[in-house]
Ligand binder design. Structure first.
Ligand code: SF4
Length: 316
């Protein structure tokens, strides 16, 4: 079955003072309709750039993004409008994602207004969306400063749903919220997925959240996908040394299985001058000579489980 989203060999470099930064380097993955794919990595790993490439908020240098059978880069006019309806985004910061001078109803209704919906249709649909995200229709008359961070993130989710998108890209949607609110918003996203048959690309630095919410996980480091597998396999049998370090930092609830957290060794490399070969080698406790010479390719080491590490090449 053709996936809803296919990203093939996508790379993006940015010009900065002193050279270029390779934010995303040769990344490929796909998302089947109805699935959630989680992308996890530290800040600066290229996760958000990847999200913007998918939504065509920025253009890739190489590679292609195909959404719903259409090449995103080739969409023009009405085709581009249709594509934008089909893919929506929930941003990290609920406060800066809304217009503070516009009531909540206006913020949610704005995309419908742009698409030419009538006043009554906008009002009815806004009331329905507020209800779907657990707010009261009366909230339409409130201003953003009268709502809490959690309520505002619900408003952002409602706005992302106005055009009945097939794909919702969530870029760190919980990280600006209090811990107690994070679980509520995560449960809302999960309920909406079940009720509306949504497909998510879910970006987070939090492995726990990604594992709970995703069907499949990509682990990224300095613009490279270093591991790609079903979410349940990531905890059961992580392969890449970077994934193992990330997982060791999460305390187990069971004291008998709790292990010592491993610290990432070495300084994070400069993206302006990334290490040769494997980009993780300057911080990897298992680095070998070959790791400085050759970039490890992402290869399948077990069914559906791929890793980019020379340690696993004999298993391929
Ligand atoms: Fe470590 Fe080498 Fe594997 Fe990179 S390729 S993760 S440096 S063992």
């Amino acid at each position: 079955m053709e996936p809803l989203l296919r990203v093939s060999d996508v790379s993006k470099r940015f010009k900065v003072r002193g050279g270029h930064v390779s934010a995303v380097d040769d990344v490929s993955f796909y998302v089947q309709a109805g699935d959630t794919v989680g992308i996890v990595g530290e800040s600066g790993s290229g996760k958000s750039t990847l999200a913007r490439l998918v939504l065509r908020l920025i253009e890739p240098d190489t590679g292609e993004v195909v959404f719903d059978g259409k090449n995103v880069a080739e969409a023009r006019g009405a085709g581009l409008k249709e594509l934008r309806r089909g893919m929506q985004m929930v941003f990290q910061d609920p406060y800066s994602s809304v217009n503070p001078r516009m009531p909540i109803g206006g913020n949610i209704g704005f995309p419908m207004k742009v698409q030419g919906f009538g006043k009554r249709e906008i009002r009815d649909r806004t009331a329905d969306l507020l209800d779907q995200v657990g707010l009261h229709p009366n909230h339409a008359s409130y201003y953003p400063h009268q709502l809490s961070g959690g309520q505002l993130q619900r408003v952002n989710i409602a706005r992302a749903l106005t055009m009945e998108p097939k794909l919702v890209v969530c870029d760190e949607p919980l990280s600006a919220l209090d811990k107690s609110i994070q679980a509520q918003v995560l449960n809302l996203l999960r309920d909406l997925r079940e009720r509306l048959g949504l497909t998510y690309l879910f970006i987070s630095h939090d492995l726990n959240v990604v594992e709970y919410f995703s069907d499949h996980v990509l682990v990224v480091y300095l613009g490279h996908v270093v591991e790609s597998c079903p979410a349940k396999d990531l905890y059961r049998e992580p392969l890449h040394p970077y994934t193992k370090v990330l997982l060791s930092a999460i305390p187990s609830v069971d004291p008998d299985t709790r292990t010592e957290a491993q610290a990432l060794g070495g300084e994070p490399p400069s993206p302006l001058d990334p290490p040769s070969g494997c980009r993780f080698r300057t911080r990897c406790p298992l680095a070998m000579d070959i790791c400085a010479r050759e970039k490890p390719a992402l290869r399948e080491a077990a069914t559906g489980h791929s890793v980019a590490c020379h340690l696993f090449e004999e298993r391929v």
